[in-house]
Design a protein around this ligand. Structure first.
Ligand code: G3P
Ligand code: MG
Length: 223
């Protein structure tokens, strides 16, 4: 089963930081990060629409310049909010990078970046339009549709968008969904797995991967 480091294994390392990505690539098949655009136009790696929860600053990410974001302290690491480019550089070619588009209007820039970097990039999003934008810009970059409710509609969207993957939340993943996805040629990665007990029933469902907060959620990984 594929192990995808959610925000760079957010249960073990400070989420969406360079530090986390550097540590996560040692254990993960793929690292997932969240991407937004800041006020000066660069793509930056941060989950929330504001900086309040994870930094010593406050306010919307989109109202901060890159220089301001760099000057913040993310989760006491002393690191500022990283750019997507900085994070890409930390991922070796043997490890995948799952770029979650948290906002609209990011697809074109992410596709352009994917064309000039080594790691295999998969684009994921809850926003169907963003995935459509990715397909339009480069249909060969794998797409993953994220959802946490209405699996029937989500599967239709994912099929219509020619996604390689569906990423259901743990709560809405079941054997039927996995069967339908596989029949449509899509793999299933489930989020967010926080501890090993949550991963136990997933192999019998036929799930292909877990998007996990820790590296030790899969039984075969004794760290
Ligand atoms: O990729 C799955 C997961 O990252 C989606 O939820 O809110 O942690 O970005 P969230
Ligand atoms: Mg995410």
């Amino acid at each position: 089963m594929r192990l995808i480091a959610h925000r760079g294994f957010a249960g073990q390392y400070p989420e969406n930081t360079r530090q986390a990505v550097e540590a996560a690539v040692e254990f993960a098949d793929e690292v997932e990060v969240d991407v937004r655009r800041c006020d000066t136009g660069e793509l930056v790696v941060i989950h929330d629409p504001t900086v309040d929860r994870v930094t010593d600053g406050s306010g919307a990410v989109c109202r901060h310049s890159l220089a301001e974001l760099r000057a913040l302290d993310v989760l006491g690491t002393g690191e500022g909010v990283p750019t997507l480019e900085e994070v890409v550089d930390l991922v070796p070619p043997t490890v995948g990078l799952n770029v979650e588009l948290k906002d609209v209007g990011l697809a074109g820039d992410v596709v352009r970046l994917a064309h000039r970097v080594d790691p295999q990039i998969t684009v994921s999003s809850f926003h169907a339009n963003e995935l459509e934008g990715c397909r339009g810009a480069d249909p060969d970059i794998p797409r993953a549709y994220l959802f946490e409710d209405d699996p029937k509609q989500a599967m239709e969207f994912a099929r219509d968008l020619d996604c390689c993957f569906v990423h259901p939340s743990l709560d809405c993943c079941n054997e039927r969904l996995v069967g339908d996805a596989h029949a449509a040629g899509m793999s299933v990665n489930v989020w967010t797995i926080r501890e090993r007990a949550e991963a136990e029933r997933l192999p019998e469902l036929g799930v292909d991967g877990v998007i996990a907060d820790r590296a030790d959620v899969l039984p075969e990984l004794e760290l």
